[in-house]
Design a protein around this ligand. Structure first.
Ligand code: DHB
Ligand code: MG
Length: 227
């Protein structure tokens, strides 16, 4: 069992249910399994999305018929590969990784999974890369350092069109998100991000809690409804 980011009493059962769902709906796959193995060997933090979450992102891409995807926070490229595979043939995913070592691991994984032609991997701090990108993107997945989520949302909006879907990972953090006095910059970043989702008249958003092999966490999702 992987070490959950946010462990709770129920986590073993949550993990078993994840394994059961994954076996049925997001089954073992050579490219993705090799990626997780390479990430573990390289000593990357085990913060990849789960298989069922990767499948969810892939299904969103299918539902949106997305051809331009932006990912902020590549890590080892596990979610990147899930999404890249689901793109239309001419589709592209732009993914940003601040850490050179992680980006090298990701580049190899993306190559080995046979999707390099659809992936633009940018190495550098997202706040330096984002101003160089051209929108609009159809789907934007925010999964990097959470303290910068408010800035990432600002850029996501600039790189969007009406109908763009914005998804952010890790917005529950084992329940820590409701601690308004939290000294954790990541919690405060997520809280400000949620406030911005709530207040921005261009966005319609929701937040969904999840339990599973990663523990207790969740996703925020928003759709851009006006220019
Ligand atoms: C953390 C980051 C993630 O993207 C994730 O999915 C889980 C945990 C973290 O930094 O703690
Ligand atoms: Mg995450």
């Amino acid at each position: 069992m992987r070490i959950p980011d946010y462990p709770f009493a129920g986590v073993e059962k949550w993990s078993s249910v994840d394994a059961y769902f994954a076996k049925l709906l997001a089954p073992a796959d050579a490219g993705l399994d090799a990626t997780l193995l390479a990430n573990a060997k390289a000593g990357l933090p085990e913060h990849d999305v789960s298989a069922t979450q990767g499948k969810m992102l892939a299904l969103f891409i299918r539902m949106l018929q997305a051809s331009r995807v932006l990912e902020i926070g590549t890590l080892g490229g596990y979610s990147t590969i899930w999404m890249a595979r689901e793109l239309k043939p001419e589709g592209q995913i732009t993914t940003i990784e601040a850490d050179k070592y992680r980006a090298q691991v990701a580049a190899k994984n993306i190559q080995n999974a046979g999707v390099s032609a659809r992936v633009n991997l940018h190495i550098g701090p997202a706040l330096e890369v984002l101003p160089t990108l051209e929108g609009p993107f159809d789907l934007i997945f925010i999964d990097a350092d959470k303290k910068n989520n408010p800035h990432y949302l600002h850029w996501a909006l600039r790189l969007s069109r009406i109908g763009t879907v914005i998804i952010a990972d890790n917005i529950v953090r084992g329940g820590a998100v409701i601690d308004s006095d939290s000294k954790d910059d990541n919690v405060q970043g997520v809280r400000e991000f949620l406030r911005m989702l709530s207040n921005n008249p261009r966005l319609d958003a929701t937040a969904i809690q999840t339990v599973g092999e990663k523990g207790w966490d969740g996703f925020a999702m928003a759709v851009v409804k006006s220019e």
